[in-house]
Design a protein around this ligand. Structure first.
Ligand SMILES: Nc1ncnc2c1ncn2[C@@H]1O[C@H](COP(=O)(O)OP(=O)(O)OP(=O)(O)O)[C@@H](O)[C@H]1O
Length: 300
């Protein structure tokens, strides 16, 4: 497989007064699965749509193998993309693929090949409207694979997958990257793609907050204290008031506070009358490192 990097350079996209993408630069390398991460509305879909020629940039560039999407003679054979909600519910998987195949010069036989590659041969004659989210995600991947591309651009393709689906996606994308392919996989939840990605690009409000390997991101985790309380609202108020910079609500009733001792947190909780059911020293979770980088207070 020919190797092609994705390069986004000083990319900006404005919709009227809204800046959806703000002077964004990053790269996704061949042989790697790159997670493109940020909260809802961060500008991920807009960036990916610019990359595959669906939206025009206001300034800057997004290239694949050194060229813009439309500058490739057969873009569908270079980059395969899947965006959420791109299916007609009345079509079967095979009909969907056959309708799309001429756009990327793929044959009917290739449609059956990609259905098999994503394990959907048995469901190929059923209407997409009756599919589970996991099956729609597989069909999205099959669509992206049609033109036999060397770059995959997948928008929220891990969204809603069960653990078995996540495991399957991981091994599929691992194999694709190991063959020299480049994968750019967006998600608003690091936890959903944590087992799948090698590198991370983290954005918020359209701008780059962090780019590194997943291993380097893990190394940013500080010692932390985990605090559990049944009073979910009071816990959120407590964290916001006492530890506005270093505390995050990891899920309802559970907070993680970085860079402090359990004694400090316990004393503050006692002073504020917060009912505490658990207090332990633990490494900061990867999710809270992510939330800290995006400036998001909570994932709930
Ligand atoms: N066609 C459009 N017209 C106006 N504003 C838009 C348009 N598309 C996106 N936006 C705005 O641009 C910003 C970035 O949106 P985008 O969909 O790229 O974010 P995202 O990170 O993909 O979020 P999500 O995960 O919710 O899809 C948001 O404020 C959004 O409302």
């Amino acid at each position: 497989m020919e190797q092609r990097a994705v390069e986004v350079a000083s990319l900006t996209k404005r919709y009227g007064t809204i800046t959806a993408v703000d002077d964004l630069s990053f790269t996704a390398e061949p042989g790697r699965v790159t997670g493109f991460l940020g909260p809802n509305g961060a500008g991920k879909s807009t960036t990916l749509r610019i990359l595959v020629g669906l939206v025009a940039a206001t300034a800057g560039s997004a290239t694949i193998g050194g060229r813009g999407y439309a500058q490739h003679a057969r873009p569908g054979a270079i980059v395969g993309a899947h965006f959420e909600g791109a299916f007609h519910p009345g079509r079967t998987a095979r009909e969907h693929l056959r309708a799309y195949a001429p756009l990327v010069g793929a044959s009917d036989a290739r449609c059956d090949e990609v259905l098999e590659a994503v394990g959907m041969t048995d469901a190929a004659r059923r209407r997409v409207g009756g599919y589970s989210l996991g099956m729609r995600q597989r069909l999205g991947l099959a669509t992206a694979l049609l033109g036999d591309p060397s770059v995959l651009v997948l928008d929220e393709s891990a969204n809603g997958l069960d653990p078995a689906g996540i495991k399957w996606l991981r091994s599929f994308l691992r194999h694709f990257a190991d063959s020299g392919g480049t994968v750019l996989l967006s998600s608003h939840l690091l936890s959903e793609v944590e087992q799948t990605v090698d590198d991370v690009v983290i954005i918020a409000s359209g701008a780059l907050r962090h780019q590194s390997s997943l291993a380097q991101l893990r190394a940013l985790a500080r010692p932390a204290v985990r605090l559990v309380s049944p009073a979910t609202d009071a816990l959120a108020d407590f964290v916001r008031a006492r530890f506005p910079e270093s505390g995050v609500i990891e899920r309802a009733g559970q907070a993680s506070i970085a860079g402090v001792s359990a004694a400090d947190v316990g004393a503050a909780a006692y002073a504020d009358g917060l009912e505490v059911h658990g207090l332990s020293e633990a490494g900061e979770s990867l999710e809270s490192v992510f939330l800290g980088l995006t400036g998001t207070e909570s994932i709930v």
